[in-house]
Design a protein around this ligand. Structure first.
Ligand SMILES: Cc1ncc(COP(=O)(O)O)c(C=O)c1O
Length: 395
């Protein structure tokens, strides 16, 4: 090794353990931690989907599949996208990936050169930040505020566009914010994308989980957008299938072959059993999706009510299964608050800093526990908040 030369590549900036890993390590040594951290539903994958996976295994689905994914699954994905008001995709313009997560990196590797700008709503789902880092693209954070309920606006995008801007990420409904961009605002954002020749990565993985009648406008279905949009989604969230690792992206026919080859090089193909289960999810009974949505909605109400009682403000959650709360209102920064809540209250929530919260004011709480457990978590949180407030009043 050359003296003084870093053993890690220069592009790797996240050199220490990620805060999520640190918190998980800490939690593993504590009894009875209530986990409202990760976006992993506690609900089980519906039985008919599990059975389809078991049957697929029993009948020999133990091999690589077509690199792009099972043809019948890609057909089902195309139909599912169209059924929900999305663009009409041919199965060959869809790639099934090991989770939507990998799709983000395939798209970034395929589109971004060093110095190209990736416009990213901030706070936003952090792997997109890492995708920018690993491709040496320039990350441009578009800071959203409570004034727009943490949703992206066309005006904000316009303010951040430069001649180097190449890709714009939309996450709708948002993670970590749980907010939905109103459909007419999505249309206005797309106008800016067309004007400035931006490629849009539209992450619609939470689109089936919305509340109070909020609707998600699929980006690629808007005029002039199909040829400049990658639609990214998967079965993890709507069907409680995080562990099966099946996601997908669909995009413009001229770009998909190159991106499909990156996927092929990274994964060969997505797990066969997961794909058969995903096929059952998309083509089988859909009541389970609505049942789970109603369950999250009940939890959302319970959590929001408890936070309000505690005097902790939050962004109005209209989708996904998160509440983005201004825990700094309790008197300490959000990162310190999350650490104390875990150590003293045995409740795990994640600081907004993970998602690019530039103020260290916010934390994300996931709706991934039952209402009684959420209420228990709120009780524990109230005690920690009380302790912090008392310390502050003495100091
Ligand atoms: C916004 C968003 N997109 C994509 C993903 C990736 O999910 P998966 O890889 O399980 O499909 C997640 C997971 O939390 C997410 O929150």
């Amino acid at each position: 090794m050359t003296k003084g030369r870093s053993r890690l590549a220069r592009r790797v900036t996240l050199k220490d353990k990620h805060i999520v890993t640190r918190m998980m390590d800490l939690a593993s040594g504590l009894p009875d931690v209530i986990k409202l951290g990760r976006g992993d539903p506690d609900l089980d994958t519906p039985q008919h989907i599990v059975r389809a996976g078991q049957e697929a295994l029993a009948s020999g689905a133990t091999h690589y599949t077509h690199p792009l994914g099972l043809p019948e699954l890609r057909q089902a994905i195309a139909e599912n996208i169209a059924e929900h008001g999305g663009a009409r995709y041919a199965p060959e313009d869809i790639v099934v990936t090991p989770g939507g997560q990998q799709a983000m990196f395939i798209i970034a590797l395929g589109l971004l050169d060093p110095g190209d700008e990736l416009l990213m709503p901030c706070p936003g789902y952090n792997p997109y930040l890492q995708a920018a880092e690993l491709t040496e693209a320039t990350l441009v954070n578009i800071r959203m505020t409570r004034a727009t309920n943490f949703t992206l606006t066309a005006e904000l995008v316009r303010e951040h566009v430069t001649p180097r801007s190449k890709v714009l990420t939309l996450i709708n409904p948002g993670n970590p914010t749980g907010t939905v961009i109103p459909p007419d605002e999505v249309a206005r954002i797309c106008e800016v994308a067309r004007e400035h020749d931006l490629i849009v990565v539209s992450d619609e993985i939470y689109a089936r989980i919305t509340y109070d009648g909020a609707t998600v406008q699929p980006v690629a279905a808007l005029p002039g957008m199909r040829e400049r949009t990658f639609t990214l989604s998967g079965v993890s969230k709507a069907y409680a299938m995080t562990g099966w690792r099946v996601g997908y992206f669909a995009g413009p026919p001229d770009l998909m072959p190159a991106l499909a080859e990156i996927h092929h090089a990274l994964a060969i193909s997505t797990s066969a059993v997961g794909q058969h289960a995903a096929l059952a999810a998309l083509t089988g009974p859909q009541e389970c999706v609505e049942e789970m949505r109603v369950t999250y909605d009940e939890r959302r109400r319970a959590l929001c009510e408890g936070l309000t009682e505690m005097g902790v403000p939050f962004a109005e959650p209209q989708g996904a299964f998160y509440v983005y709360a201004k825990v700094a209102e309790t008197g300490v920064g959000a990162t310190e608050f999350c650490e104390r809540l875990l150590a003293e209250g045995r409740v795990m929530i994640f600081p907004g800093k993970i998602y690019g919260d530039y103020t260290d004011d916010y934390a994300r709480l996931s709706l991934t526990q039952s209402v009684p457990r959420i209420q228990e978590a709120l009780g524990r949180m109230a005690k920690v908040v009380e302790a912090i407030r008392q310390e502050r009043s003495v100091a």
